[in-house]
Design a protein around this ligand. Structure first.
Ligand code: ZN
Length: 351
């Protein structure tokens, strides 16, 4: 299996897998991640202790409001815990996880491969860079070409000397407004996609105009928008005309924060949705004829989102959203199969 993926295959950490054999797939998850680049010191000095405690029942209520202000919460670093979380997904019928942690987010190829072996899941690993706070210190001086070469190497040769190949370019991080270095990463990602045929996954900025700005940049740099996933669309949900422009260009629409029902959001911006509202958005996309572009996932990246820490975990879409929300709202099984199986397979297969 020691060869890069060919057209029609996904590239997992254990080798290529025919896209048609991927089964139920979550397109935007994290199994091992270090998000401490987003750590925010609590505004209230009396809460400094809370910032440095391990996540537990005594502080969980506070952490659910201030997720970015507890250092332990910002790390998924216990392989045994993550194997159990991933097994919950597997036991509910899950087969593939796209793990989009990349450079600057503690990407751990060996750890991800151990989790894939222990669980029997297909796991696709990310490449490229996340938002500016996660960038390496010398990012200003790096050229698009250098970033492009690094991504191409991760996909064709493997990360460092591990021989473990990334299978997706992403999640490429974009702020709003986008920074100059984030734009370089987008351009590099698009060029690396053209050279390798790998899929792209974009973390959009928190503004309704962000996805179209990103789309324009990617298009100009030669990206294949038909294998580009715009992640976290349920965080901003642009007006319908903008959404249609994005969908008509071929982009995948990621409604990928299922289970994140929260009354406070450390990044500000728009109101947070409930899972029921996310399903309502999916129904709008289906009604508009974009059912082939709907992609669902959880984006579990913090301890408080794990079921071991009282969160809804990685099995939530399968165990709860489908039976208790989608079916109740009349989403047909044929559609659900599209969202979970055929759409992800099309978006993550190599060209
Ligand atoms: Zn993510």
């Amino acid at each position: 299996m020691d060869r890069p993926a060919k057209s029609g295959e996904a590239q997992t950490v254990l080798g290529p897998v025919a896209a048609s054999a991927l089964g139920v797939t979550m397109v935007h998850e994290h199994l091992l991640i270090d998000l401490t680049c987003l750590f925010t010191e609590p505004a209230d000095g009396s809460e400094r202790d809370l910032a440095r405690q391990p996540v537990g029942l005594s502080n969980l209520s506070w952490i659910r409001r201030f997720w970015n202000s507890n250092l332990d919460n910002l790390r998924l670093d216990d392989e045994a815990v993550m194997i159990e979380e991933a097994m919950q997904y597997r036991r509910q019928g899950g087969a593939t996880v796209v793990e989009v942690s990349n450079i600057g987010l503690g990407r751990d190829p060996e750890g991800i491969r151990r989790i894939a072996r222990a669980t029997g899941l297909h796991v696709v690993m990310g490449s490229g860079c996340y938002v500016a706070p996660s960038h390496p210190p010398d990012m200003d001086s790096r050229t698009v070409e250098q970033i492009e070469e690094e991504i191409v190497r991760d996909i064709t040769v493997g990360v460092g000397d591990t021989g473990i190949r990334a299978g997706i370019i992403g999640e490429l991080g974009c702020s709003w407004p986008i920074t100059a270095n984030e734009r370089k990463v987008l351009q590099a990602g698009a060029r690396a996609q053209r050279r390798t045929g790998a899929p792209l996954s974009i973390h959009i900025g928190r503004h309704e105009d962000s996805p179209l700005e990103i789309m324009a940049c990617l298009r100009e740099a030669g990206a294949d928008l038909g294998r580009t996933i715009m992640s976290h669309m349920d965080r901003i949900w642009p007006p319908l005309d903008k959404l249609k422009t994005l969908a008509r260009a071929g982009c995948g629409i990621g409604l990928d924060t299922f289970g994140q029902e929260t009354w406070m959001y450390p990044f500000g911006g728009a109101d947070r949705l409930s899972d029921a509202q996310r399903v309502d958005l999916i129904k709008i996309l289906v009604a508009e004829g974009f059912d082939r572009q709907v992609l669902v996932s959880h984006d579990v990246g913090y301890k408080h989102r794990l079921s071991s820490y009282g969160g809804s975990g990685l099995a939530h879409v399968l165990s709860t959203v489908i039976p208790y929300v989608m079916r109740r709202k009349g989403v047909e099984d044929e559609r659900i199969n599209q969202f979970l199986v055929t759409n992800p397979a099309r978006y993550i297969a190599f060209a």
